[in-house]
Design a protein around this ligand. Sequence first.
Ligand SMILES: [Zn+2]
Length: 284
Amino acid sequence: MPELPEVETTARLIEPHVSGRRITGTRVFWERTLGGDSIRTFRRKTTGKQITGVRRRAKYVVLHLEDESALLVHLRMSGRLLIEPDASKPGPYVRVALRMDDDHALHFLDVRKFGRFTHVGDPAGALAHLGPEPLGSAFTVAWLRDALRNRTRMLKPLLLDQTFLAGLGNIYVDEALHRARLHPESPSDTVSAPKAKALHRAIRDILRAAIRRQGSSFDGFYRTPEGQPGDYQHEFRVYGRAGEPCPRCGHPIAKFVVGQRGTHVCRRCQRRTSRPRRRARPRA
Ligand SMILES: [Zn+2]
């Protein structure tokens, strides 16, 4: 499933093709992709509008329109955005096709149909529930240290929670926790200040490196808008490597389920921590 680096790559690569262009035609082949609007309503809201910019927020590609509204694209399992030179022939699995005023088209392909291509009148409001961006200025070591200390959830489900921190998914959480030598089931309030600093650095380093490599492709779904696979899967230290040696210590990588997600851990490098037990009252 595409995470921050894959969505960032997608947004960066479509931006020069669609920013400043006007949508001259809208075709929808799967209404549920619109997330609530009817096809007729969606066409009315989008046709004729100019796209003023493309950004990423969390795992959304945000296409800003000239009337302050926006299109939010969530790729989910298998969604892809593609720039097509010929707008007239959408191929199989295209759920939404936007024709641009230069006759190129932006196609939203989605084999599994879980993806969404939604028009929102107030993009800031629609995205307000999301946590800070891990590569943004609000995500500081001090913020992470305090935010972990003020919560009691297990680390991995907390880091996957988009309202806590935006953009991380299963792959990059597993990789970041291994890099910081933290166990995914450790309660967040047991993370020491030096470990919080290590986790902050791991998250940023991994995301930046993955963006440089245009994300990770390992299941055949994710491709860039230019049709290329990402390259960061070759850097995985734990994800998808169950039974293989930990690159740091050589111990075999274990795989188990945490919060319904397949999770990869080196049990030697990543020790589970628990809260100190309250001391029993001395007997009288
Ligand atoms: Zn190890």
